[in-house]
Design a protein around this ligand. Structure first.
Ligand SMILES: [Ca+2]
Ligand SMILES: [Ca+2]
Length: 97
């Protein structure tokens, strides 16, 4: 599941996976989120993100990882909650027009 992160690590500027025509289900993202949130706090902090990214992309540097966290952390709390995580991957609820 962490391969979703490879997309992001390889192209952090793109951010939203949807921009590349890729979409993930909420269940998929939940599984990834839980895998990253190793202490089960409900938020991904920098250390957890770093551990996850370096697992799938050992060449990712600290700068990139910090950028990813900043990009995802919409409310500036220093951690990424699941809502922020979903937005990062461009998951937008499908709403009937
Ligand atoms: Ca956590
Ligand atoms: Ca946050």
């Amino acid at each position: 599941m962490l391969n979703i992160l490879i997309d992001l690590a390889n192209d952090p500027a793109a951010g939203a996976a949807s921009a590349r025509g890729v979409s993930y289900s909420e269940d998929e993202l939940r599984a990834v989120f839980d895998a990253i949130d190793t202490d089960g706090s409900g938020d991904i902090d920098l250390g957890e993100l770093r551990a996850a990214i370096t697992q799938v992309s050992p060449t990712a540097d600290e700068d990139t990882i910090a950028k990813m966290l900043t990009m995802a952390d919409a409310d500036g709390s220093g951690e990424v909650d699941f809502d922020e995580f979903k937005k990062l991957f461009g998951v937008v609820p499908v709403v009937a027009a």
